[in-house]
Design a protein around this ligand. Structure first.
Ligand SMILES: NC(=O)c1ccc[n+]([C@@H]2O[C@H](COP(=O)([O-])OP(=O)(O)OC[C@H]3O[C@@H](n4cnc5c(N)ncnc54)[C@H](OP(=O)(O)O)[C@@H]3O)[C@@H](O)[C@H]2O)c1
Length: 295
């Protein structure tokens, strides 16, 4: 008799998350909990994956929704073994606010994930794992992120404030925050394995959905070409690598896995002072003490 392990995957209804939960649900010994903002699509997907699949509503742009989702999951058995923080967005502007008044990209790509993780940590199965999803845009170099705007790190309270500017820059900066968060989480939680998975460029997902219809149409037409660029790949391939990170053995906590291979994250992302500051400010913004308590 084998034991079943549970992976909770956010953003399970589209793109990388969808392809990954299909793989995990088909992996012997694994079940999935789908954390989704659209329950109608979530129910249909759970129906497709079978009776073992769990479902929870999660809108990362609302801290109240994150708290509700965490309370639901915390009360469920079996506990989550692996928390996969896949959901994310890219918008064109940085002056849009979340339900709590935070800059939307920072709110969804960082703060919601931070709160969800903090609330679920005491409920993870022993020896649990947290997988964050990063992006090569956090490097801000031509080789890793092409012409994409570089991240611009600032005081996290400034990053959390809606203001005029490029949504793409906010996205790259939020993915730098993802690496800081993962490394600081690993430092503060011995016994929990923490990994940042960078899938490379995935032109076929819905990440560009905030772009103009014309830009999206062009992007769709170019997808088969873009997928052949060095640093890019298909969603299916990336999902296989993410599923391997979820089900594979432990490694160095806080490691960065780029398209299936452990690799260094950017030199900028290794700054422990920024990682600590982001942790402390995030705790304050979500109303938690910075120190992790046992329950
Ligand atoms: N595409 C790329 O080139 C690329 C490269 C590097 C990293 N990534 C990262 O990969 C991850 C998955 O993105 P993707 O490329 O698969 O894009 P995607 O197809 O747009 O999927 C994003 C997922 O996040 C969910 N989501 C978005 N906003 C949310 C919110 N406010 N609350 C809860 N869920 C929300 C979406 O929900 P719905 O299904 O309801 O829309 C969707 O399931 C993201 O973290 C992204 O930053 C992508």
């Amino acid at each position: 008799m084998g034991t079943t392990r549970t992976a909770l995957v956010t953003g399970a209804t589209s793109g990388l998350g969808l392809a990954t939960v299909r793989r995990l649900a088909a992996t012997p010994g694994w079940r999935v909990v789908l954390a989704v903002r659209d329950l109608r699509r979530g129910r249909a997907l759970a129906g497709e994956l079978g009776p073992d699949a769990g479902l929870v509503a999660l809108e990362l742009a609302s801290l109240a929704s994150v708290r509700e989702a965490a309370a639901t999951v915390a009360g469920q058995e079996p506990p989550v073994d692996v928390l996969v923080l896949n959901a994310g967005l890219q918008v064109t502007r940085s002056d849009v606010a979340s339900a709590d008044g935070h800059e939307l990209t920072f709110a969804v790509n960082h703060l919601g994930n931070y709160l969800l993780t903090r609330l679920l940590l005491p409920h993870l199965a022993p020896g649990g794992r947290v997988v964050t999803v990063g992006s090569g845009t956090h490097f801000g170099t031509l080789r890793k992120s092409g012409p994409y705007p570089r991240p611009r790190w600032e005081d996290p309270r400034v990053l959390a404030t809606p203001r005029e500017g490029s949504g793409q820059r906010a996205y790259a900066t939020s993915k730098l925050a993802t690496v800081y968060f993962s490394r600081e989480l690993a430092r503060r939680t011995p016994g929990i394995d923490v990994v940042t998975f960078d899938p490379g460029l995935l032109p076929a997902t819905g990440l560009a959905r905030d772009y103009s219809p014309r830009a999206q149409a062009l992007y769709r037409r170019l997808t088969p070409l873009l997928e052949r660029l060095p640093g890019a790949q298909t969603v299916e391939r990336a999902a296989g690598q993410l599923a391997d990170v979820v089900t594979g053995p432990d490694g160095t906590p806080g490691r960065y896995v780029e398209r299936g291979v452990e690799a260094p994250s950017s030199p900028e992302s290794l700054d422990p002072r920024r990682a600590r500051e982001l942790w402390d400010v995030s705790a304050d913004l979500v109303g938690l003490p910075a120190q992790i308590s046992a329950s």
